[in-house]
Design a protein around this ligand. Structure first.
Ligand code: 9MR
Length: 381
């Protein structure tokens, strides 16, 4: 399957040129029809992203709920928006709880777990034949006040983390394919977060290996990942992961994956060495994944429409990200951090930017959606 994925990458570019309106790709040649070695032009055309994806390659979305949504005027999206739910099931073969498995959400008081929203997502995934990515177990952010402001000894904190991982990973054992065990543990300079990450600050760097060991004990079948942003390129931050992962593997720690979130902006150039970066982790024997892709852009005013040129640039970024993953052996999971602007986190955190997802607020497909569909279909055929 991987060789097939690789050999068809050239076709993906042609197919995308076919689907995008002429001119959107900045003068890309109009191609009459995709013309792959195995007859991509013949007959059946996939209508959704998951239909288009090659065998063994999952295309995912974050499942909107919790986090910034709690401050918005609409009801919690996943349980309440039927059209949204329908598209989550129809378009995607993997789901990631956007906030529903984070500490503050799933473990709001020391003696209380709030499993219902996460249970509902896992159940939905089973009903729709979808994988689940668990997010996340050891992070500096979105921790409950009882934890961050508690007055615990190191021994107590260690027991708290172990219990949490054992309880949460154990509850979903066999139902979660990949866990983001450690999330965003390095800063952009490649230094461990020794001040804002409570676990590393209070327990030292060794707690990271323990977190992976405990997760592995609780679910030996789940692939266990490091996950971060600004690690698309080869640089200080991804180098820090590269060194840490080698050390942990040498120590026999059950680390199985390295994932790039992919929160891009068209303000910045495309990370052209993404494929090479993923490849070096793959060469260590790890799985790789894209876990939170979105591509935001500057807008003249909140909610304003992007120009065709902006949409074309965005489509190009989405497509190249997907192509890089498809080209790397073991990069089999590709997740969008939401698929509709209706629920995107971006305008809340970047007030002058937006339109970061592949569908409008009304679920209209953008050129970026068409680019992903065509690229997947070409890799599949
Ligand atoms: O999309 C999430 C949003 O709803 C939350 O309010 C926010 C709080 O930090 O977290 C967002 O998701 C983040 C993810 O968990 C980790 N990587 C960065 C994502 C975007 O901030």
């Amino acid at each position: 399957m991987h060789n097939l994925k690789k050999s068809l990458l050239g076709v993906a570019t042609l197919a995308t040129a076919f689907v995008l309106p002429v001119g959107l790709l900045g003068g890309a040649p109009a191609v009459a029809k995709p013309d792959g070695p195995s007859g991509a032009a013949a007959g059946w055309q996939p209508k959704t992203l998951r239909q288009a994806a090659p065998d063994g390659f999952v295309i995912g979305t974050a499942v909107a709920g919790g986090g910034h949504h709690l401050d918005m005027p609409y009801p919690d999206p996943f349980p309440n928006d039927r059209r949204y739910r329908h598209l989550v099931g129809k378009e995607f073969s993997s789901v990631s709880p956007e906030n529903q498995m984070k500490w503050e959400f799933i473990h709001p008081e020391q003696d209380t777990y709030n499993f219902a929203p996460a249970d509902a997502i896992v159940k939905f995934a089973r009903q729709h034949g979808q994988q689940v990515r668990g997010h996340t177990l050891l992070w500096h952010s979105q921790n409950p006040a009882w934890l961050e402001q508690g007055d615990f000894t190191a021994e107590e904190l260690r027991a708290i983390l172990r219990d949490h991982i054992t309880t949460v990973v154990g509850r979903y054992a066999g139902q979660i394919d990949q866990w983001d065990v450690a999330n965003e543990i390095f800063d952009d300079a490649g230094n461990l977060r020794t001040t804002d990450n409570i676990w590393i600050r209070e327990l030292g760097a060794g707690i990271i290996a323990d977190a992976f060991r405990w997760a592995h004990e609780a679910d030996p079948d789940a692939l266990l990942f490091f996950n971060d942003y600004n690690v698309e390129s080869i640089g200080p931050k991804s180098n820090a992961y590269y060194a840490l992962v080698q050390q942990l593997l040498a120590d026999g720690v059950p680390v199985h994956g390295f994932s790039v979130q992919g929160h891009l902006s068209t303000r910045y150039g495309f990370p052209g060495d993404l494929q090479a970066n993923l490849q070096r982790f793959s060469d260590l024997g790890l799985s790789t994944a894209v876990t939170e892709l979105d591509v935001r852009m500057d807008l003249p005013a909140a909610g304003a429409s992007p120009t065709p040129a902006q949409l074309a640039q965005q489509a190009d970024y989405y497509q190249r990200f997907l192509e890089a993953c498809l080209a790397v052996e073991g990069c089999d999971s590709f997740t969008l951090w939401g698929f509709t602007d209706k629920y995107s986190w971006v305008p809340v955190f970047f007030p002058t930017e937006g339109s970061a997802t592949v569908m409008t607020e009304d679920f209209e497909r953008k050129p970026a959606y068409d680019a992903l569909l065509a690229t997947l279909a070409a890799a599949r055929s």
